[in-house]
Design a protein around this ligand. Structure first.
Ligand code: MV4
Length: 447
């Protein structure tokens, strides 16, 4: 097992990782920027090293500073969390070259899955269903027109180096394609230094359902069922749950098998997520793979009764992990509490928390790094707490969530709590009848 783990992250996920390290008896090193000096991950780690000023590119993204912190403290492994360097192939490679175990996949896996057109072709080859579209990248407008004619409009152009909704364009008819191709390609080049695009048939109002997997160093891959992440706004997830109210046990089994097929084919090591779009006929299509632990991982932990971060650490150390339970137990829903104003376009609302009270009781889990009088810096993402509710079934989880949100008090800043309360009153949400257009279509925050 590792002698000491450095956590190359901040906020709730850094604390989440430290908690599991403590339970495993592994000493931890926190790194922090100048504005995070009073953050809880710094308090609860065994050691802490300041790695630079507030801007991420001078601290949490600065590879030499993080490696120096690991070397000075004698850490033999680095957990990257999510965001920052978690899907940075170069960082994974540099760690390997420095004899520090990157708790995550190899640089090669990160690169392959980061190239979305390549990842899709890889999955298609082994029989994972994918959205009909181009074979790999589309080289020019003329080729794009041919493919679109074949699969039928509307189509989507996506940046091959993108993902998570960045650099996408819907094209409704042929005479829009040229312009869309140029602007999407230019945007992709500006954002990812790579103009390559691929094309897919546009799936209208899909659900977003993903499968959690973990691969070990012996070639075994395990799957932990699905999470439904359809409640999003501008590609920011706000509510995630498991099991998905739309997925039957038959589809669950098929998606799980498809995810295993895909992950095994690339010899995947570490935790990962296979993302699918699900159309109204419950047909599912692979869209991309995330090569990190995700924000919403606790939803899976609650219904499968496992610690995913523990399993990440075990496989990284070359150990074996237990077989996952075959079926979900009960129902879990995660609510992201962001320091944002839902009445003003979810505008960030940093500043000091003047009063804080977390809910509690049976089935209520809070993952958070904030405390009373904590000052939320404006430099990072606005997630300040995750409330994960477990219930015996979905209606029970919903009732419990309403009860817990009523107890939840945060003063001094705006949060997404009132948004969640609205969603929990929505008939469509209660019935489980929602897709990725739910917030735009059914939630009015100013009424
Ligand atoms: C799509 C799509 C419709 N058709 N692909 C957005 C994020 C990225 N991971 C993939 N996304 C989409 N890809 C095809 N062929 C619609 C979306 C999409 C979406 C997907 C999941 C969750 C929310 C979404 C919101 C808008 C669009």
């Amino acid at each position: 097992m590792f002698k000491k783990i450095l956590i190359a992250n901040r906020g709730e996920i850094a604390l989440r990782i430290i908690r599991t390290c403590k339970e495993l008896g592994i000493p931890t090193v926190a790194v922090y920027s100048e504005v995070d000096r009073d953050s809880l991950h710094v308090v609860f780690a065994d050691e802490a090293v300041c790695i630079g000023p507030a801007p991420s590119n001078q601290s949490y993204l600065k590879i030499p500073n993080i490696l120096s912190a690991a070397q000075i403290t004698g850490a033999d492994a680095i957990h990257p969390g999510y965001g920052f360097l978690a899907e940075n192939a170069e960082f994974s490679e540099i760690c390997a070259d420095s004899n520090i175990k990157f708790i995550g996949p190899s640089a090669d896996s990160i690169r392959k899955m980061g190239d979305k057109a390549f990842a899709k072709e890889t999955m298609k080859k082994v029989g994972v269903p994918v959205v009909p579209g181009s074979e790999g990248v589309v080289n020019d407008v003329e080729e794009g027109k041919k493919i679109a004619k074949h699969i039928g409009y509307p189509v989507m152009l996506k940046a091959s180096a993108g993902g998570g909704g960045k650099g996408m364009r819907i094209v409704w008819k042929e005479d829009e394609l040229e312009k869309a191709f140029q602007t999407a390609s230019n945007e992709a080049n500006a954002a990812f230094a790579n103009p390559a695009l691929y094309m897919e048939k546009f799936v209208e109002n899909p659900r977003h359902v993903e499968i959690q997997i973990i691969g070990d160093q012996f070639g075994n891959v395990y799957q932990y069922g699905e999470r439904d992440c359809s409640i999003q706004r501008r590609h920011q997830k706000l509510i995630e749950e498991s099991p998905s109210p739309f997925i039957t046990s038959e589809i669950r089994e098929k998606m799980g098998e498809a995810a295993l097929l895909g992950a095994r084919s690339v010899n995947y090591e570490g935790a990962g997520t296979i993302e699918f779009l699900v159309d109204r006929h419950r047909r599912f299509y692979f869209i991309e793979m995330n090569t990190r632990i995700q924000v919403e991982h606790p939803v899976t932990e609650m219904v499968r009764n496992i610690d995913l971060v523990k399993n990440q650490i075990l496989v990284a150390a070359g150990e074996r992990i237990e077989d996952p339970p075959k079926d979900p137990r009960g129902h879990a829903i995660e609510f992201r509490i962001n320091a944002e104003d839902p009445q003003n376009n979810f505008r960030p609302s940093p500043g000091q928390i003047e009063y804080l009270h977390f809910p509690g009781g049976f089935g209520v889990r809070i993952d958070s790094h904030v405390y009373n009088e904590y000052v939320i810096p404006p430099n990072y993402d606005s997630l300040i707490a995750k409330m994960i509710i477990w219930g015996t079934d979905r209606p029970h989880a919903i009732r419990r969530a309403r009860r817990a949100l009523e107890e939840f008090k945060i003063e001094g800043i705006k949060t997404t709590i009132p948004f969640h309360q609205k969603v929990l009153e929505s008939e469509k949400f209660i019935e489980g009848d929602f897709d990725t257009s739910f917030i735009d279509q059914h939630i009015n925050l100013n009424s």
